[in-house]
Design a protein around this ligand. Structure first.
Ligand code: NAD
Length: 497
């Protein structure tokens, strides 16, 4: 019997320029995907909310009380937000499990990661070095990193709180104001974090959180003349549209987009370790992860053995409510998303794929009202099949045998995406050779989905533009100003007529 805590609804208010108010847009119904129960409604923000948030952000970011702070002085505010996140960690994790269906183990990890991200950027501010550029004349030169002003941050539904922090912390660290738009299905934890930011002593107006539709609130943020940069995480098609809109303003954008990441098991791999890593890579978060290892390449000499173990272990995974500590695979975020995942499995069937396990909604009556889908493994498809090329964003793994490295590299790279890759082998030379040849922004060798805020993260090809995290993460939210200081006491001889 799963013990589900009491759900405590949040006030139906957006955080607009430092003030809480109910928005005038239509109400979004927020559902617990584990049970189908309506948790509460949240009013969608409007163009007027965006206008007010931007006006407050412009004012607050230019105010000497913020703009005039030195880097190490800004660090204090980030520490305070991190402390408040830690204080309310269990409440935030619980809220996120209610809203997204993710297991409590995972949402606890995401909340801890959010606090860690604020602390990391506080530490970067405390330890940042600046250097003069090399002297090439009778002058001194250096670079100043200045805030952009107001940053728009647009987030997806899969890992709010962690992805929110990944945008808000470096943007504040760089001295900006931030307007966050959470995804329509999952605004609760972002609104709860906004209450903590409100409780901190961060100057009012620096952070706004505006829930609502992408086509209304997201567009209004991107197109607003007062917004100087947008950082976006979401689907590739949405990101491309956003980049077009940004081009109209010549505004910089960072895009963290989709993936169809290859996981490669070489013939000398520790099969037990590889199978556990492959399962975690695709089935944790119910596959709703941009970096999910969703295309599995296994050497043909160990293919049958690996697949047999993988199927057996996958069938033993507990599918259920995220509040049950035994659950490994929670529900999908929404029944509409489950329909999309299920339609891809039907597509795989019609493309000639063999469903080795899953491929259906679980038949356990206790799960009937949630948006669950069984972990699914498919083989028998060519890499060119749509199921192998398009991001499904669910617990669906396609498996492909390979014989030689050339063929493997060609097929692994035969994708519009380039977000991540996994390599399982005991031979570090082969691993590093493959890591060099696979087109991906992130490569894991004998591990998968390991994450560190101090290591930059980004995609190549249609998986994104720019990087988040790492010391350089702040630079993405700064403008560069070069200053020349003349050292000569003489008038410029050119002026002598
Ligand atoms: P989505 O693209 O549908 O939406 C993402 C966000 O953009 C939401 O807040 C949405 O409301 C907003 N949006 C939608 N249309 C918009 C518009 N016209 N203008 C401005 N904003 C708009 O993505 P999703 O379904 O919420 O999330 C899943 C996708 O996110 C997957 O493709 C996944 O791979 C990707 N993702 C990528 C990363 C990464 O770091 N690379 C991380 C997580 C998720």
């Amino acid at each position: 019997m799963t013990t589900v805590p009491e759900f405590a609804p949040l006030p139906d208010e957006a955080y607009v320029g430092g003030a809480w108010r109910q928005s005038a847009g239509p109400a979004s119904t927020i559902v617990d995907p584990a049970t189908g129960r309506v948790l509460q409604t949240v009013s969608q923000s409007t163009q007027a909310d965006v206008d007010d948030a931007v006006a407050a952000g412009v004012k607050a970011s230019a105010d000497p009380a913020w703009r005039g702070l030195l880097a190490h002085q800004r660090a204090r505010y980030l520490h305070r937000i991190a402390d408040l996140i830690d204080r309310d960690a269990e409440r935030l994790a619980t809220l996120q499990t209610f809203n997204t269906g993710k297991t409590l183990t995972e949402t606890r990890g995401l909340v801890a990661s959010a606090a860690g991200t604020f602390r990391y950027y506080a530490a970067v501010l405390e330890t940042a070095d600046e250097a003069m550029t090399t002297v090439r004349g009778d002058y001194r030169t250096w670079v100043q990193h200045e805030p952009i002003g107001v940053v728009g941050a647009i987030a997806p539904w899969n890992s709010p709180v962690a992805s929110d922090a990944q945008k808000i912390a470096p943007a504040l660290a760089a001295g900006n104001a931030v307007i966050l738009k959470p995804a329509e299905w999952t605004p609760l934890v972002s609104l709860a974090m906004a209450r903590l930011i409100d409780e901190s002593d961060l100057p009012s107006g620096l952070v706004s959180v505006l829930p609502g539709r992408g086509s209304v609130v997201g567009e209004a943020i991107v197109r607003h003349p007062g917004v100087g940069k947008v950082t976006f995480t979401g689907g590739t098609a949405t990101g491309r549209g956003l980049a077009h809109a940004a081009a109209e303003k010549l505004m910089p954008v960072s895009l963290e987009l989709g993936g169809k990441s290859p996981t490669i098991v070489l013939d000398d791999a520790d099969i037990e370790q590889a199978v556990a890593g492959v399962m975690y890579g695709i089935f944790s978060s119910s596959g709703q992860s941009c970096i999910a290892g969703s295309r599995l390449f296994v050497h043909s000499s160990i293919y049958d053995e690996t697949m047999a173990r993988l199927v057996e272990r996958t069938e033993a995974l507990r599918v259920g409510n995220g509040f049950d500590p035994a659950t490994r695979v929670g529900p999908l975020v929404h029944t509409r998303h489950r329909e999309s995942v299920a339609s891809y499995v039907e597509l795989a069937r019609s493309e000639g794929g063999r469903i080795l396990t899953g491929g259906a909604v679980p038949d356990d009556p206790a799960l009937a009202d949630g948006s669950y889908y069984l972990p699914t493994i498919i083989d028998g498809l060519e890499n060119s099949a749509r199921t192998c090329q398009e991001e499904i964003f669910g617990p669906v793994l396609v498996a492909l045998p390979f014989d030689d490295e050339e063929d493997l590299v060609r097929r692994a790279n035969d994708s519009v995406f380039g977000l991540a890759a996994g390599i399982w082998t005991r031979d570090y030379r082969r691993a590093l050779r493959l890591a060099d040849r696979i087109q991906a922004g992130n490569v894991w060798i004998n591990t998968y989905k390991a994450f560190s805020v101090s290591t930059p993260f980004g995609g190549i090809k249609q998986s994104g533009l720019g990087t988040e995290k790492g010391r350089e993460g702040i630079a993405a939210y700064s403008r560069v100003k070069s200053v020349y200081l003349g050292m000569s006491a003489e008038p410029n001889p050119w002026a002598d007529s």
